[in-house]
Design a protein around this ligand. Structure first.
Ligand SMILES: *[C@@H]1O[C@H](CO)[C@@H](O)[C@H](O)[C@H]1NC(C)=O
Ligand SMILES: *[C@@H]1O[C@H](CO)[C@@H](O)[C@H](O)[C@H]1NC(C)=O
Ligand SMILES: [Cu+2]
Length: 168
């Protein structure tokens, strides 16, 4: 009995720890101009290990990962750094702010084709060591919040499972 209870709790809690998500940027709209990517990102939790997929007809757009300054000013890096397949998958490997722009024409500056997200540390790979340099405050705070939220979630799920098993 005790073993099967343990199994059920494990089965419920485990996916909450390891599940990596795949986000289609812009959902059905994909990666294009005149779409509010900040509204799209709002309320979504991006974690280390999750994937972003930028979908668009190859040739009409591209994807550059840039820093905050270049994001703000829509400064396009050399074309050799672009993703251009039309189904570009990016694995979110580290926590912190991540910036992406389209480098075609004025798509970024005029069309607003730009996305900024904050990636939180995954449960399995918490990275709360303080980093140095001017950008250390944001990633640090959001990582810490991510872990608290995750712990809370797991405790709640475990609690519900225990009540369900022993209350039935
Ligand atoms: C952002 O990246 C550009 C190169 O693309 C570089 O020249 C610039 O110094 C970087 N800015 C910061 C704040 O790191
Ligand atoms: C896009 O890439 C993902 C993997 O990153 C793959 O699962 C999917 O089938 C691809 N879609 C198309 C239309 O090629
Ligand atoms: Cu574009």
């Amino acid at each position: 009995m005790a073993l099967s209870s343990f199994f059920i709790i494990f089965a419920i809690v485990c996916p909450a720890i390891v599940s990596a998500k795949e986000f289609i940027v812009g959902d059905d709209i994909g990666w294009t101009t005149n779409f509010d990517y900040q509204a799209w990102a709002q309320g979504k939790e991006f974690r280390v290990g999750d994937k972003l997929v930028f979908q668009y007809p190859a040739g009409s757009h591209n994807v550059f990962k840039v820093n905050g300054t270049d994001f703000q000013n829509c400064i396009v890096p050399p074309l050799s750094e672009a993703l251009t397949s039309g189904n570009d998958t990016i694995v979110l490997a580290t926590p912190g702010r991540k910036w992406y722009i389209c480098g075609v024409g004025e798509h970024c500056a005029v069309g607003g084709q730009k996305l900024v997200i904050t990636v939180q540390s995954g449960w399995m790979a918490p990275s709360i060591a303080p980093s140095f340099g001017p950008s250390h405050t944001m990633p640090y705070t959001s990582s810490a919040n991510g872990i608290i939220v995750n712990l809370f979630h797991i405790v709640m799920v475990a609690f519900v499972a225990i009540v369900w098993i022993f209350g039935a």
